[in-house]
Write a protein that binds this ligand. Structure first.
Ligand code: AMP
Length: 404
């Protein structure tokens, strides 16, 4: 089976063609600057990379170009579009309606549209990606995989904010959580690596990349997570502030004469480790600057690690204990220094990091000591594989039920 995974943004489109059964990636790539001018980087496995400007006036043309290059006689990996069995789309917000991945039909499209107020930047771009695929590949089965769906198992006490209840019932204000596909994938892999059923494990997953969130995965289900109504909540990130005292927004608007929109923009794009350090949102730059004695870069790292440490503690408390902590995403997979700093002081939870095993990048590995009561793991995330697996499963089920 071959599944095309699409992650459409407002001016970009990431794709991967993979076989969910063998987990083999046939090709991956990225269309950028859609609607501006256009650039396509296509990486077929075992073949030459295509990397050049290509005219991409809209998403439909971008999808067509992706399909063309997938079938190209030099850069291609398939003979015809018929070899693609189905398309899996990453959709950011599924609100309360979508608790699982679903086969896309008219009702699903309507549901995704209804979630636009909750994700005004992302969901419209995701919809454009789906519509472009429907135009270029009419009749091809398609599945929507939501970033929020995994967290829909959170109990009300975890998802409700302490604001007037009508904000929830009338305005949909609640914790939704994001990175769900990643938290689900790495928790499942962690259970497999430990050789234990996920139904008996309490796992704290730490997705630490440019965006960062933790999740309490109790017996396979998300029971709490650090991102909230938007991805702005929770941990400090590359450029996002994470959770702050809500009163700061009004105060700083008054003090600096900012509009509410400008405050929001600063909290999203000029805060986080970039805001504290003034150096960069990239942890590699921060580590380099801190090593050269830049105190604000060091403070940004310390603040980030401190908050992740505290989050692991509260995530464990949310489950009455913790059997495993999992690190994933750019920082979590690559920085042994940050992982070590985060785990400092968590020995009281029976979590002992092995410095030698921790000296690794981007590979699946158990990085706790052999005598550690609970496990620490490094699991590279693979959202595309998770999307492809869900897509394959749902399309096969629908075919069996005669729904396709
Ligand atoms: P992601 O959003 O998961 O792609 O993660 C991107 C972030 O990972 C970058 O902004 C970097 O801050 C971080 N990162 C990647 N490689 C390293 C590394 N070797 N050491 C520290 N941070 C890294």
């Amino acid at each position: 089976m071959k599944i095309l995974v699409i992650n459409a943004g407002s001016s970009s489109l990431k794709y991967q063609l993979l076989d969910p059964d063998t987990k083999e990636v046939l090709a991956k790539g990225l269309c950028e600057r859609i609607g501006i001018d256009g650039h396509l980087k296509h990486t077929p496995t075992g073949k030459d990379v295509f990397d050049a400007d290509v005219d991409l006036p809209d998403h439909e043309v971008a999808i067509q170009e992706v399909l063309n290059i997938l079938q190209h006689n030099h850069y291609g990996v398939i003979q015809s579009m018929d070899e693609i069995d189905a398309v899996g789309h990453r959709v950011v917000h599924g609100g309360e309606e979508f608790t699982h991945s679903v086969v896309i039909d008219r009702k699903v499209m309507k549901g995704i549209k209804e979630c636009i107020p909750l994700a005004p930047l992302h969901n419209p771009a995701n919809l454009v990606g789906i519509e472009a695929c429907q135009d270029v590949m009419p009749g091809k089965p398609m599945v929507a995989v939501f970033d929020t769906a995994f967290h829909q198992t959170m109990p009300p006490k975890a998802f409700i904010y302490a604001v007037p209840y009508r904000w929830y019932t009338e305005n949909k204000v609640r914790r939704y959580g994001f990175h769900g596909t990643s938290h689900q994938y790495v928790s499942q892999r962690a259970a497999e690596m430990l050789g234990r059923p996920i139904e008996e494990l309490r796992i704290v997953t730490c997705h630490l990349g440019n965006g960062a969130s933790t999740c309490s995965v109790k017996f396979g289900q998300s029971v709490d997570t650090s991102m909230g109504f938007t991805p702005q909540d929770g941990l400090p990130m590359g450029t996002r502030s994470g959770a702050i005292d809500a009163a700061i927004t009004e105060y700083i608007a008054d003090q600096r004469g900012y509009s509410g929109k400008r405050v929001e923009n600063v909290l999203n794009k000029e805060s986080g480790v970039l805001g504290i350090s003034g150096v960069s949102s990239d942890f590699r730059d921060l580590e380099a600057a801190a090593a050269e004695g830049n105190e604000r870069a060091q403070l940004a790292i310390d603040n980030f690690c401190y908050k992740v440490t505290k989050r692991i503690g509260s995530s464990a408390a949310a489950m009455g204990g913790v059997d495993a902590v999992v690190f994933t995403a750019g920082v979590g997979e690559n920085s042994a220094t940050l992982r070590a700093k985060i785990m400092e002081g968590l020995e009281f939870l029976g979590l002992k990091l092995d410095p030698e095993k921790n000296d690794v990048r981007g590979k699946e590995r158990i990085i706790s000591t052999d005598d550690s009561p609970n496990a620490i793991l490094l699991v590279p995330t693979n959202e595309e594989l998770m999307i492809a697996l869900d897509t394959a499963r749902l399309v096969r089920e629908a075919e069996l039920n005669g729904a396709l």
